[in-house]
Design a protein around this ligand. Structure first.
Ligand code: ATP
Length: 232
């Protein structure tokens, strides 16, 4: 579905990603884990066309997409939910969802409401008055309104209470079960690896380890890096 080969990218003269290669296959959750500043967010920004790679190639559904505009990628089915959520604060829940469907002529709120029933209850509430967890759900729901083939989620559970974190991660599993690929960035490696089909550990802009979520969760190097603060 998505593949990056030898991708290097960064900000101005500063290179953050160094020859990064990774892939997401149809209908799988792939987690990208790594310390603060490892380049996880930069990876998502590069895939979604916010940053242009200085080297390497990105393919989505069989076509080269590096250098393509973000709006074209959304139309092609690649949708990014940034950590900062970027909701339309003064608009209602339902108006935010409607904005997410700008690529489509049909509006189907029902799937989003089935996944996040609280959004149906609050459909007329102003988005900026929702709790942090509800705003996360709305950001994910708005992205789903575009009917993505691949959803990229940046830290969807950061700052949420454990019960809400569980609800968001359960929704990610349900989204995958509907056939949508998910590229998930999480600082909480334990949680991300628990739901990931496969994962990559990113260090200084390169993938230093990969495997199934379960393999990486029991890998001594991953455990040492995340439990002892060491480096891989
Ligand atoms: P975090 O969880 O802290 O966001 P991350 O793995 O997502 O970590 P990135 O946000 O991709 O890491 O940051 C990687 C590097 O790029 C860091 O050194 C950061 O300072 C730098 N960086 C991030 N955003 C910008 C920007 N807009 N301009 C310049 N440098 C940036």
């Amino acid at each position: 579905m998505l593949s990056l080969v030898g991708v290097s990218a960064g900000y101005g003269g500063s290179r953050v990603l160094h020859a990064l290669s990774l892939r997401v296959d149809d209908g799988e959750i792939v987690a990208l884990v790594g310390a603060n500043g490892a380049g996880k967010t930069t990876t998502l920004r590069t895939i979604s066309g916010v940053l242009t790679p200085v080297a390497g190639t990105i393919e989505f559904l069989g076509s080269r997409v590096d250098g393509r505009r973000t709006s074209d990628l959304v139309r092609a089915g690649l949708v990014h939910v940034p950590e900062e959520r970027a909701l339309f604060g003064p608009l209602t829940v339902e108006e935010n969802l409607r904005m997410g469907a700008w690529t489509r002529s049909v509006l189907d709120f029902d799937e989003v409401y089935a996944l996040f029933p609280i959004l149906a209850e609050r459909r007329r509430q102003i988005a900026e008055t929702l709790s942090g967890g509800q705003q996360r759900m709305l950001a994910i729901g708005r992205a789903l309104m575009a009917r993505p083939r691949l959803l990229m989620l940046d830290e969807p559970s950061t700052g949420l209470a454990p019960k809400l974190t569980r609800a968001v991660l359960d929704a990610v599993l349900a989204i995958r079960d509907r056939g949508v690929g998910v590229l998930l960035v999480e600082q909480n490696a334990v949680q991300a690896l628990a739901i990931a089909d496969r994962a990559y550990v990113l260090e200084s802009g390169s993938a230093v380890l990969t495997g199934t979520g379960a393999e990486l969760a029991r890998d001594d190097r991953v455990r040492a890096a995340y439990l002892g603060g060491g480096s891989l």
